[in-house]
Design a binder for this molecule. Structure first.
Ligand SMILES: [Zn+2]
Ligand SMILES: [Zn+2]
Length: 308
């Protein structure tokens, strides 16, 4: 076969995902407990994802105006960002939705909200998104898109949908229940989903609270992207009240996955983040407690303000 034809076939046979990796990526934390030189901290989470082809918001914070105001202080324009991911239905991830929509009344901003299947089972429980918020959102023209399984939402960007619970991690508030027509069951936040960004340097995993369990999430992601290493884990992973032995087991799995960067924001817990730094062999520049304004990008890794 002539050399040129062989080359053409090789390119043609590349997996679709390989051809659509994100070349440029910047993630900025807009809501978490700590704030750096700009913005305020709160109990909540939100991060802005910017790539060469799109901008997407994951979660919208715990108080209605935190993400809107922190973004303005950080000189980040949220106007025109069409897609928002609500990682799960806890108010500390959903409360800014209406305030951001109202700040940018172009009809386009945050017009598509992705939610994991089962998101509204918690609608009547006080910990979830307030019913008036979800009604105000749909009344303003916003549309909820339910994610049942792995879904590509932009070039190189995927959502896990609800994650199978292979390991009994239980990284969620215990002793809560869901009441459905089929009866009462433990509330294991079954709708919890995460975002994956494919880059030439490996997969970047962004979580809200990681209630599905970060090891379960990584295991599920590795099944979908065989042979690709997970280079960064960023977000909340709810280890704040997890026994030390389980934190150590989690750190071992993060190390096995090949992570080079870790930002433990929101419910990860400060002690758990430092334990992960120690046990994975990461450093004070590659494993940090997340703060508002902290960024991760492919060229510079993690960038902080004054807070170290
Ligand atoms: Zn949370
Ligand atoms: Zn949560």
């Amino acid at each position: 076969m002539p050399k040129l034809l062989l080359l053409a076939c090789t390119i043609f046979l590349l997996p679709a995902t390989q051809a659509q990796k994100v070349a440029k990526l910047k993630i900025t934390i807009l809501s978490t407990m700590l704030a750096d030189t700009h913005g305020v901290g709160e109990w909540g989470f939100s991060a802005l994802v910017e790539t060469d082809s799109t901008r997407i918001l994951l979660d919208v914070g715990g108080r209605p105006t935190t993400v809107r105001d922190n973004a303005a202080e950080l000189k980040l324009d949220l106007g025109g960002i069409q897609q928002v991911i609500l990682s799960h239905n806890h108010f500390d991830h959903t409360s800014g939705l209406t305030a951001i929509r109202q700040r940018f009344p172009d009809g386009k901003t945050l017009s598509t909200a992705y939610i994991g299947a089962g998101f509204f089972l918690r609608d009547t429980v006080p910990v979830g998104m307030r019913t008036p918020d979800s009604l105000a959102y749909t009344a303003s023209g916003g549309r909820f898109t339910v994610v049942e399984r792995f879904l590509k939402i932009a070039p190189g960007i995927w959502l896990t949908g609800p994650v199978p619970r292979k390991y009994p991690e239980k990284n969620y508030p215990l002793n809560r229940h869901i009441h459905t027509a089929a009866g009462t069951r433990e509330d294991n936040v079954s709708e919890d989903m995460s975002m994956i960004i494919e880059t030439p340097k490996g997969l970047v995993l962004l979580t809200g609270c990681g209630h599905a369990g970060i090891v379960n999430i990584m295991d599920y992601v590795q099944q979908q992207f065989p042979g690709q290493k997970i280079t960064a884990v960023i977000g909340g992973i709810h280890l704040l009240d997890t026994p030390d032995e389980q934190v150590a087991w989690t750190a071992g799995k993060l190390k096995d996955a090949g992570i080079q960067y870790f930002i433990g924001a929101h419910c990860t817990g400060i002690n758990a983040t430092y334990k992960i730094r120690e046990l994975t062999g990461l450093t004070k520049t590659t494993c940090l407690v997340g703060a508002v304004g902290m960024t991760f990008d492919l060229d510079h890794g993690i960038t902080t303000g004054w807070l170290r």
